[in-house]
Design a protein around this ligand. Structure first.
Ligand code: ADP
Ligand code: GLC
Length: 498
């Protein structure tokens, strides 16, 4: 590339299409929604032409968010094998922002009780989303430099661009990025659905061993055809290329010749910052940290009907799944609660019945010291981050993790396993040198967690060291203003034809 060309692409306003199954605050089950909301917004603030595509899920509160129909994107028919579905697009904006999000409205597919379903037509729901992205671009006459797919739900974009929509010159310069937020979810379906995806004539471009085994896997298809595959931390980028973490896809990733890029997620500090968090009974910053934490802790304990304490409060906010390793906490937490009457635990989450039962049992064994809030509760998630002294995240694997980043900002020490994004963002506190921002253990077992809990309890009386540890965390900058830059650089390279 000549210098003049490089200068041009540095200045060019990029057209970026970003597709995701969930976008906060409209629809959310986890961190994908946070990323799909904040990263596009930051790129938009940098002057790029960003358009986000996501389903208008039946779970979205239509009274809370106004949606405006896009006049020329109404009642568009799409033939998916024997199924003929019709969709329309509505524009919505998150409160306080001016970025247009395109919501794909197809009640027969998206008006369900949850964002993800085990319904027989799950593949069709998200296949439609992939088709709708191209159709919307066509009708808008909008030629994206980059289409950015996220997880299996939108992982057909790269192949669709090379096949079904390759005839359209609009997409001649479009490059594709696929970001893996969690390789455990792959979207694997019986191979007979290939016709319904519209890919009957392109079977040779699908993963042949899978087809032979009677399977079509959306995520693998994306990995095969995306110009760039990325994931949400450097460590996870390495981990998923190994059999231990690759969930059957590591071989395919290795075939890409080490081209899986790791970019750690950012935090939207306009939503997650204790100095301006509207959900907190008392806001605070680094200068009034001790007083602020004390007030939030007292309020959370009282609100959760737990006894006041000067001892450490442990917090959990999580999807209750095997991934999060919360079962590893059971024995060490019970031991700690038996021996240390000054400790408290407040957990928020829902998911697997056995994990819910584990927290219910702990709460009934230690009624004035453990509270379990079952369900999904945005304000309470913020209040736990602010009130807790230690945030527990013993994940077996963690592509990035956002909660530990929120914890760092709130002066709450994350206690994590050294894996994925947790390894990249939390460093075990070194008392001698005053370095580090949390507690980190290596092995995904109860003794690993037990060791880390002991470390936390041993440090607790040393208030100066504790203060140092949490201010170390608060000073780290994981804002999207910072973390969006590698994505922007990547898009620029792709747009320049690199
Ligand atoms: P994952 O995406 O694997 O669930 P992350 O740490 O990346 O993990 O993101 C989880 C996000 O979901 C955070 O914003 C967290 O606050 C939120 N969250 C998870 N469970 C709940 C819950 N029960 N109530 C409110 N927010 C939750
Ligand atoms: C996934 C991962 C989580 C990550 C999030 C956003 O849900 O489990 O680690 O932070 O995606 O990228």
């Amino acid at each position: 590339m000549t210098t003049a060309m490089a200068d041009d692409t540095q200045k060019e306003r990029l057209r970026i299409g970003f597709a995701a199954a969930e976008v906060a605050p409209f629809s959310k089950t986890g961190g994908l929604a946070d990323v799909a909301s904040a990263l596009p917004l930051e790129l938009h603030r940098r002057g790029h032409d960003v358009r986000v595509f996501t389903p208008l899920h039946g779970t979205i509160d239509l009274d809370r968010f106004p949606f405006v129909p896009v006049e020329f994107l109404q009642d568009i028919p799409i033939q998916l094998g024997p199924y003929r579905v019709t969709f329309s697009a509505y524009v919505g904006r998150a409160p306080g922002t001016d970025l247009d999000l395109y919501f794909i409205h197809c009640p027969e597919l998206f008006f369900r009780d949850s964002i993800y379903t085990g319904d027989a037509d799950e593949f069709l729901r998200f296949a439609l989303l992939n088709h709708a992205v191209f159709t919307c671009c066509q009708r808008m006459g909008w030629a994206p430099h980059v289409l950015h797919a996220n997880d299996w739900h939108t992982a057909l974009l790269p192949l669709f661009r090379r096949t079904l929509y390759a005839w359209d010159q609009l997409f001649a310069g479009t490059r594709t990025v696929l970001t893996i937020h969690n390789i455990a979810y792959q979207g694997a379906f019986p191979a007979r659905i290939v016709d319904d995806l519209g890919l009957a004539a392109h079977r040779q471009l699908l993963h042949q061993d899978d087809l032979a085994a009677g399977v079509v896997n959306f995520l693998k298809t994306g990995i095969l055809w995306a110009d760039v595959v990325s994931t949400v931390s450097e460590t996870y980028a390495r981990e998923i290329c190994t059999p231990a973490f690759g969930v059957g896809i590591d071989g395919l990733l290795r075939q890409r010749g080490g081209s899986v890029i790791g970019i750690v997620n950012g935090v939207d500090y306009s939503t997650w910052d204790p100095t301006n968090d509207p959900h907190l009974p008392q806001r605070y910053g680094i200068d009034d940290l001790a007083a602020g934490k004390k007030a939030n802790k007292a309020a959370l304990l009282a609100g959760s009907h737990l006894a006041p304490t000067d001892g450490p409060l442990f917090g959990i906010v999580s999807r209750l799944t095997h991934q999060k390793g919360l079962d590893l906490l059971e024995a060490p937490l019970a031991g700690m609660l038996r021996h240390r009457r000054d400790t408290r635990l407040v957990a928020l989450g829902s998911g697997e019945a056995s994990l819910e039962q584990m927290f219910l049992d702990l709460a009934s064994k230690f009624p004035d010291r453990v509270a379990f809030h079952r369900g999904y509760n945005e304000p309470l998630a913020h209040q736990i981050e602010a009130a807790a002294d230690v945030f527990l995240m013993p994940s077996r694997f963690e592509p990035c993790g956002l909660n530990q980043l929120y914890s760092l900002r709130y002066g709450t020490a994350p206690l994590v396993r050294r894996t994925g994004g947790l390894a990249d963002t939390v460093a075990h506190f070194d008392r001698d040198h005053g370095e580090g921002n949390g507690f980190v253990f290596n092995h995904a077992d109860s003794s690993g967690v037990g060791w880390a809990l002991e470390q936390a309890l041993a440090l607790w009386p040393d208030r100066d060291a504790w203060h140092r540890m949490r201010t170390n965390g608060m000073k780290r900058d994981f804002s999207w203003q910072r973390q969006a830059t590698p994505y922007e650089n990547l898009y620029r390279l792709l747009a320049a034809g690199a």
